[in-house]
Write a protein that binds this ligand. Structure first.
Ligand code: ZN
Length: 312
């Protein structure tokens, strides 16, 4: 049976490309696994930050639009990204954020899991969580961030909604998730199809207004399927519910479908195949600008229009 295999990637909007790159690779220690352009707007970068090979469930991607105004975090969007970190590593992260003058909130333990919340330079909300589930993924290491503290990948994503009902129905009836925890207005859903990146938290906020998608907000949440056959099987289920969904789109590193779930969040379904090592080797991932075939003839103009990036 076609199954959703947890989260594939999340895509957000940033402003300054260099600041975005520095934060995710240096401050948090991710690897830039793909440097390409927005296929619909090739004068804008599309960065993919993940583990060493860009494993689905670890990858946060950005469109950095220079000078874009700050968006408004609100209903109908993903409002917080939760990464899994090794047990006992939060003290390291607190000290690191303090040293870098990044404010954090250490006050919350949610569903019995310790977490540390902070924002990226554009105001995107992130949290590091000591998951109570087994997580054997190995986070990407840098000179300053060793494996015993490295961020492993997604743990959960929070969707803020006026009412959770219709979104919960998609998760449970189409995606195979189950309600596993609930406290006040926070509902945690989990799929048992995968061990990690298997959670979605729905936050019911009846009095909050809708979010505005711009700098520092999430653009969409992509769920993972094995291949194109499973992709199209999910498509049929979405169509059967009377929702509008795109045709299959080739994103070069995966095949995708997009639909807006009834709560307003833009969902994508993305395949594992072919992955990031299609146009460069694993050792070289992210090291040079990759363009989709249709834009390759304009490489010189595109490179000229993109802001220069210092990748040291
Ligand atoms: Zn996407």
């Amino acid at each position: 049976m076609s199954k959703i295999l947890g989260l594939h990637h999340i895509t957000a909007i940033a402003s300054d490309a260099q600041r975005n790159y520095d934060f995710y690779t240096q401050t948090l220690g991710f690897r830039l696994v793909k440097k390409t352009v927005n296929f619909d707007d090739p004068t804008t970068y599309h960065f993919y930050f993940g583990d060493e090979v860009g494993t689905p469930g670890t990858v946060l991607t950005f469109f950095p639009w220079a000078g874009i105004s700050k968006g408004r975090i609100g209903n109908g969007m993903a409002t917080e990204i939760g990464y899994s970190v090794p047990h006992g590593s939060l003290d390291f992260w607190k000290a690191r954020l303090e040293k870098l003058n990044i404010r954090y909130d250490n006050g919350r333990e949610v569903f019995g899991e310790k977490q540390l919340s902070f924002e990226d330079p554009d105001g995107l909300k992130l949290k590091l969580i000591e998951s109570k589930q087994k997580d054997e993924r190995k986070g990407p290491e840098t000179a300053e961030i060793k494996a015993d503290v490295a961020i492993k990948g997604f743990h959960t994503v929070t969707l803020s909604l006026h009412n959770i009902k219709a979104t919960a129905a998609i998760l449970t009836e189409v995606f195979g998730y189950k309600l596993v925890e609930q406290k006040d207005n926070l509902y945690r859903y989990q799929t048992n199809a995968v061990e990690n990146a298997a959670l979605v938290d729905l936050l019911e906020m009846p009095l909050t207004t809708g979010g505005v998608n711009a700098g520092g907000t999430n653009h969409h949440v992509a769920f993972r399927v094995k291949d194109e056959e499973d992709l199209m099987a999910i498509r049929e289920k979405i169509v059967a519910r009377g929702l509008h969904i795109t045709e299959k789109i080739n994103r070069d590193y995966f095949f995708s479908l997009y639909f807006r779930e009834p709560g307003g969040v833009l969902f994508e379904i993305a395949t594992d195949n072919p992955g990031f090592a299609t146009d460069e080797t694993v050792e070289n991932l992210g090291s040079s600008l990759q363009l989709p075939k249709q834009h390759e003839p304009m490489r010189a103009q595109i490179e000229n229009a993109l802001p220069k990036l210092q990748t040291k």
